[in-house]
Design a protein around this ligand. Structure first.
Ligand code: TRP
Ligand code: SF4
Length: 362
């Protein structure tokens, strides 16, 4: 019988272990009270942090702080990318200045993708961000055309050894290390005087980015900057059952711009936490904890009661996977229809933003 209930402050064991190994901290009940009421915290989707307390206290004092993150423009946004955007919005609503790095230098090195292609994909990604409620006046930039960010990458390199970079990426081409340094520049950019720094910055990311966070915190400390904070979201599982929804596995991913029909079909074909036979499932119940269909509900459904009820129906064997999938497919379709309507309205603004930030530097 699964022991994980998303509304209780426990986590799947693998996350508990990960958090422990990385030395990051769980979000406490006390912190949760000071945070806006968001499904991300209520459902333990954002489950851990470093120094989030600093952000909460400057906010209480009415002092400025920033939220910053970066995206690799290698493909369309998917349900997992939405988690990071929703986190950004939480801090935006708390009064943070919002910074978005389009990591085209990283994508060039790590994905071997041209800067031109990144520009095209970034337009699509920024359209999604605006449709998800990020304000137009957020500071969007391309790594390749933001001069200061590249300068910072160079300057902070003074304090970075080979070993530190290997700890982030393993043994790799120099391009990876260049990207790691530019990412340090990204995270510390809001601390520059022209942006009103030094000031606290919070970086919402997936747990895979923690090595970058550690590297940057180390460097910030050496330069008398405010050591950046971070928050960590769980990963959206791939619909095929593998660990993480990712752009490299299309059948397992629901893109925010794909047709609702195609997304519905993917849900119907998805891996589940169900039992091999109906009889077994009726008797023993199924396991939402390993089920990507349940994840979709957890991440996209607004109403907590719907999620709670499904959890109970699933573990008690009251619902079978076929019926459950049909219901979730309908909800996913509705979400996509509404989201895509918002996307249409934001396309022109997104285009203007991309044109403007491309010109920041020749
Ligand atoms: N490395 C991140 C990724 O692979 C993208 C990124 C670039 C980023 N710069 C950043 C994330 C700054 C957080 C902060 O997705
Ligand atoms: Fe997943 Fe639904 Fe089946 Fe439970 S009933 S395992 S949530 S598909």
């Amino acid at each position: 019988m699964p022991c994980f209930d998303p509304f209780k402050p426990t986590l799947p064991q693998d996350y508990e272990r990960l958090a422990e190994n990385f030395g990051i901290e769980r979000i406490t009940e006390d912190m949760r009270k000071k945070l806006p009421d968001s499904y991300l915290f209520r459902r333990n989707i954002v489950f851990a942090h470093r120094d989030l307390g600093r952000i909460l206290s400057v906010r209480e004092q009415g002092k400025p702080f920033a939220v910053m993150t970066g995206i690799k423009p290698s493909n369309e946004f998917h349900v997992g990318s939405k988690l990071v955007a929703d986190q950004m919005k939480v801090f935006q609503d708390m009064g943070a200045d919002v910074f978005f790095a389009v990591a085209d230098i990283e994508t060039y090195h790590v994905k071997r993708q041209s800067l031109e292609r990144s520009r095209e994909v970034a337009l699509d990604n920024i359209t999604d961000l605006l449709a998800l409620g990020i304000k137009e006046d957020a500071y969007f930039y391309f790594q390749s055309s933001q001069p200061k960010v590249k300068l910072l990458g160079h300057l902070y390199a003074r304090d970075v050894t080979n070993n530190m970079l290997r700890a982030v990426y393993g043994e790799q081409q120099i391009g990876y290390y260049v990207s790691a340094l530019v990412q340090v520049g990204d995270i510390l950019l809001p601390e520059e005087p022209e942006f009103g720094g030094p000031k606290p910055v919070v970086v919402p990311v997936g747990l895979d980015q923690d090595p970058h966070i550690r590297l940057t915190r180390d460097i910030a400390g050496k330069h008398g900057l405010v050591v950046p904070s971070s928050t960590y979201n769980r990963f959206m599982r791939s619909l095929t059952g593998s660990d993480k929804m990712s752009k490299s596995e299309p059948a397992g991913m629901i893109s925010l711009s794909e047709s609702p029909e195609s997304a519905g079909k993917k849900v119907m074909r998805a891996f589940t936490g169900g039992k091999p036979t109906v009889a077994e499932q009726k008797k023993e119940g199924a396991d939402p904890q390993i089920c990507p269909v349940y994840d979709l509900l957890l991440y996209l459904e607004q109403d907590d009661n719907v999620v709670k009820r499904r959890f109970e129906e699933c573990v008690s064997g009251k619902i079978m996977c076929g019926e459950c999938k049909k219901d979730v497919a309908e909800r996913v379709k509705k979400f996509l229809e509404a989201h895509q309507e918002k996307r249409d309205k934001k396309r022109d603004v997104a285009k203007q933003i991309v044109e403007k930030v491309s010109k920041d530097c020749p």
